[in-house]
Design a protein around this ligand. Sequence first.
Ligand code: ADP
Length: 177
Amino acid sequence: MAQRGVTIWLTGLSGAGKTTITQALEKRLLEKGYSIEVLDGDVVRTNLTKGLGFSKEDRDENIRRIGFVANLLTRHGVIVLVSAISPYREIREEVRGKIGAFVEVFVNAPLSVCEGRDVKGLYQKARSGEIKGFTGIDDPYEPPANPEVECRTDLEELEESVDKVWGKLAELGYLAA
Ligand code: ADP
């Protein structure tokens, strides 16, 4: 199918819902026959960006490398789903500038909700000091100033969040009519 490449960039706190929304979007896009690729922050850190830590420099380098690959794929007509905390606004903006076809999705739930979910048990470890420099606890998260889409996962059902992203992709002409 003829399709336009685009990077859908999901940013937000750990436990906000990035992976869940990405998987649902992936399923829907595949069902409709789109050519897609997923770059998940946790997966990428075991290969492409292995060895990088969680200092500001390393987090930026992590995002720069993900952005580099996303850009290559996007240029070749792939719909790329990036799911990464990507806490710093400036580097997200840098990547947006390079890729151009970039749809930023702010996956947003209050810290208290993300912490309450504690999907991976990481907040507990961060609170006890076992993990240092955890985003939202003792490391900053800079919310997007002008995201194309905001999903309030504490207020919306998953389906609603997915529909919002889908609607924006359609509006911007990335989905076949
Ligand atoms: P992240 O990838 O951002 O760390 P996860 O997707 O792993 O977060 O976890 C988010 C949790 O929030 C899941 O348990 C998911 O079922 C729940 N959740 C509740 N509502 C939503 C929603 N609207 N969108 C996405 N996730 C939701």
